[in-house]
Design a protein around this ligand. Structure first.
Ligand SMILES: NC(=O)C1=CN([C@@H]2O[C@H](COP(=O)(O)OP(=O)(O)OC[C@H]3O[C@@H](n4cnc5c(N)ncnc54)[C@H](O)[C@@H]3O)[C@@H](O)[C@H]2O)[C@@H](O)CC1
Ligand SMILES: Nc1ncnc2c1ncn2[C@@H]1O[C@H](COP(=O)(O)OP(=O)(O)O)[C@@H](O)[C@H]1O
Ligand SMILES: [K+]
Length: 516
C-alpha cells in the first residue's frame, strides 16, 4: 500500500474535484459521511455522549459534517469549535452554517483553557482539531485541551491524523499531540503511524476510502510503501516438480567467536529454512562440534584460530555470504574481514559485528559489493550514520548513506524499514516477542537464504523481513510474547510461507485493515 506525502494528498484532492466535477464541499461531505458510517456501524444508535472537537480548517469541516450526521441520526452529540485562528476555511464555514440548520444546540466556541467542557471516561471524543495542514507548533491552550482529552480517559477517535502530529517531522513535545485510541485516516495511513517516536500517538488506525481519483492514486510514485501480504505475494518464487538443490544456491555464513557460536547456528538454520539449497558455516575451531551436532544439515569449515575468525579461507564460490553474527571485532577478525572484502565476488549480507567493524573503519564501506544488505538494529545504525534529530531525520540520513554506498539498509524495529534507492519499504509483520536474543541472527539467515535462491537483494530483504515477522506472529499464538525464542521463529517459517496462500478469514482481514 502506498503511503502518500502531504503534497500528494492535496494533489489527489485537487484532481478528484477536477476530474469528478464535484465541489470541495462535496468531497468534505464524503469524508464526513464515511466517518459517520464507521461510527454508526459500531455504535448502532447507542446514547453515549460524543464530544466532537472541530478546528477551523478542513479537518474541522470534516468534524462538522460528522457531527451533523450524528445529530440527525439521534445521537447524543456536543460540538465545539476550537478557535485557534480566525482564518476559517471556506468549507468549514459552509458546514458551520449547515450544522446550525439541523440543531438548536449550536457548536460551543472554545477560545482559551478557561472553557473546557467536562468529559467523562465513558464518553467519546472526536478529535477533528488539526489534520495534515498542521505547519507550526500548537498554541499552549490547545495543547492544554489535548491534555484535557488525555486526563478524561475517554475513547478518542482522531480524524485523519491525531491532531498535532506533523507528517514530516517529530512534534516539539509528545504532549503537543492528541493521544488517539483510534485514527480514521483518509485514503491511506500516514508514515508517521509507523515510526518509533510518532506511532505511539495512535493505538490503532483504519483507512477510509473517500473516493479520491483512482488513476492518480495508482499512478503516482510514493517514496514509502507499506509491505503486507499483498505486496510480497508477487515476489514469491514457486518450485517446480523437477527442482533440485543446485538451483537454490549455496549460502556461506561467516561469523561466531568463543561463546557466540549459537548466533551462526541460528543464521544457518534461518538460511536453510528460507530455502537455501546448501549452507556452509565458516567459524572458529571452537564451534565445530557444537554446530555440527546441533545442525546436521549445515556443512562447517573452521578457521585456523580456535576462538575467533582470523583468516577467511574457503575454497568455494558461494551464491551469497552472510557475515558478522557473533563474530566479535578482534583485530585479527578485522584484518580477515578486510582481506575478505578485497577478494569477495558474492552478494553480501552484513549484520552485527560485520556492521560494527564497518562503523569503526569506514574505508571498508567503499569495498562492499553493490546492493550489499546491511541489517543494523538502532545502536548499530547510530554507529554507522551518527546520531539523528528525530525519526524523519534518521530516514533522510539513511537514504543518503544507502545512496552514497549503493547499499540496502534495513532499519530494524517494531516496523522494520528497508531503504534502497531513496525508497522506504515499511514492514507490517512482527511483534514484541521478537525482542529476544538471536532474532536478528535469524533474519540475517533468512535474507541470505533468499538471495541464495535467486531473489534480488532488495526483494530478498523486503520478503525476508516480512516472513520473519509473520513467522513470529504465528508462533506467538503458541508461545506468547515472553516465551518466544529466536528458534521458534525458524520453526514457524514454513507456516509463514504457507500463510501467503491462505485465504484470509474475516478476522485476518479486519486486523490487516485496522493496522493491528
Ligand atoms: N484537502 C483534502 O485533501 C481533503 C481534506 N480533508 C481534511 O482536511 C484536512 C486538511 O485540512 P486543512 O488543509 O484545512 O488543514 P487543517 O484542518 O489540518 O488545519 C487548518 C489550518 O490551520 C493552520 N494551522 C496549521 N498549524 C497551525 C497551528 N499550529 N496553529 C494554528 N493554525 C495552524 C493552517 O493554515 C491550516 O490550513 C485533512 O487532514 C482532512 O481531514 C477532507 O475534507 C477530505 C479532502
Ligand atoms: N517490538 C518489536 N516488534 C516487532 N519486531 C521487533 C520488536 N523488537 C525487535 N524486533 C525485531 O527483532 C529483530 C531483533 O534484531 P537484533 O536486535 O539484531 O537481535 P539479535 O542481535 O539478538 O539477533 C529485528 O528483526 C527487529 O525488527
Ligand atoms: K485530527
Amino acid at each position: 500500500m502506498k503511503l502518500f506525502s502531504k503534497e500528494q494528498i492535496y494533489e489527489a484532492d485537487r484532481l478528484t474535484i477536477e476530474r469528478q466535477n464535484i465541489s470541495s464541499a462535496d468531497l468534505m461531505e464524503r469524508a464526513g459521511t464515511q466517518l459517520f458510517n464507521w461510527m454508526h456501524a459500531r455504535m448502532q444508535g447507542a446514547q453515549v455522549p460524543v464530544h466532537v472537537f472541530c478546528g477551523i480548517g478542513n479537518n474541522g469541516g470534516d468534524g462538522l459534517v460528522l457531527a451533523r450526521h450524528l445529530t440527525t441520526h439521534g445521537y447524543h452529540v456536543k460540538t465545539y469549535i476550537v478557535n485557534y485562528s480566525d482564518k476559517r476555511s471556506k468549507d468549514f464555514l459552509i458546514n458551520y452554517d449547515r450544522i446550525k440548520s439541523v440543531t438548536k444546540d449550536w457548536p460551543v466556541l472554545l477560545t482559551d483553557d478557561e472553557s473546557f467542557p467536562e468529559i467523562n471516561p465513558k464518553d467519546i471524543i472526536v478529535d477533528a482539531v488539526f489534520g495534515i495542514g498542521l505547519n507550526r507548533p500548537v498554541v499552549a491552550w490547545v495543547v492544554a485541551l489535548f491534555d484535557h482529552f488525555r486526563a478524561s480517559k475517554a475513547f478518542t477517535l482522531s480524524v485523519d491524523v491525531p491532531s498535532g502530529l506533523y507528517l514530516d517531522k517529530a512534534p516539539e513535545h509528545t504532549n503537543n499531540v492528541v493521544s488517539a485510541s483510534f485514527t480514521l485516516s483518509f485514503a491511506a495511513p500516514k508514515l508517521a503511524f509507523f515510526l518509533p517516536q510518532t506511532a505511539q500517538h495512535t493505538v490503532q488506525w483504519d483507512v477510509l476510502d473517500i473516493g479520491f481519483d483512482q488513476e492518480y492514486l495508482s499512478s503516482v510514485d510514493t517514496e514509502a510503501e507499506l509491505i503486507a501480504k499483498h505486496e510480497v505475494l508477487f515476489l514469491f518464487k514457486p518450485r517446480t516438480k523437477f527442482s533440485h538443490k543446485g538451483q537454490f544456491g549455496h549460502s556461506l555464513i561467516i561469523g561466531g567467536s568463543y561463546g557466540k557460536i549459537g548466533a551462526v547456528t541460528l543464521a544457518c538454520k534461518g538460511a536453510l529454512s528460507a530455502g537455501s539449497g546448501l549452507v556452509t558455516a565458516y567459524i572458529p575451531k571452537c564451534g565445530y562440534t557444537a554446530l555440527q551436532a546441533s545442525l546436521p544439515e549445515a556443512m562447517v569449515i573452521t578457521d585456523t584460530d580456535k576462538n575467533c575468525i582470523s583468516n577467511i579461507n574457503v575454497a568455494m564460490q558461494p551464491s551469497v555470504v552472510g557475515l558478522g553474527v557473533g563474530m566479535g571485532t578482534d583485530s585479527k577478525t578485522l584484518k580477515a574481514f578486510e582481506a575478505f572484502l578485497k577478494e569477495n565476488k558474492s552478494p553480501l549480507v552484513l549484520d552485527a559485528d560485520g556492521l560494527n567493524m564497518l562503523a569503526q573503519h569506514t574505508a571498508l564501506l567503499k569495498m562492499l559489493p553493490a546492493q550489499t544488505v546491511l541489517t543494523p538494529h538502532p545502536k548499530e545504525l547510530e554507529r554507522l550514520i551518527g546520531v539523528w534529530k528525530d525519526d524523519f531525520d534518521k530516514l533522510e540520513k539513511v537514504k543518503a548513506f544507502a545512496h552514497t554506498y549503493n547499499v540496502i539498509v534495513v532499519i530494524k524495529g517494531a516496523h522494520t524499514i528497508t531503504i534502497s534507492n531513496n525508497k522506504l519499504y515499511v514492514n507490517t509483520t512482527g511483534n514484541p516477542g521478537l525482542a529476544t536474543a538471536g532474532s536478528g541472527d535469524v533474519l540475517t539467515g533468512i535474507i541470505t537464504g533468499l538471495i541464495s535462491q535467486g531473489y534480488a537483494p532488495l526483494e530478498a530483504t523486503v520478503f525476508g523481513v516480512y516472513l520473519h515477522g509473520k513467522a513470529a506472529d504465528i508462533a506467538v499464538g503458541k508461545y506468547g510474547y515472553q516465551s518466544l525464542l529466536a528458534s521458534h521463529v525458524i520453526d514457524y517459517l514454513g507456516a509463514a510461507y504457507l500463510d501467503l496462500f491462505k485465504k484470509p478469514d474475516s478476522q485476518d482481514r479486519e486486523q490487516e485493515k485496522e493496522g493491528s
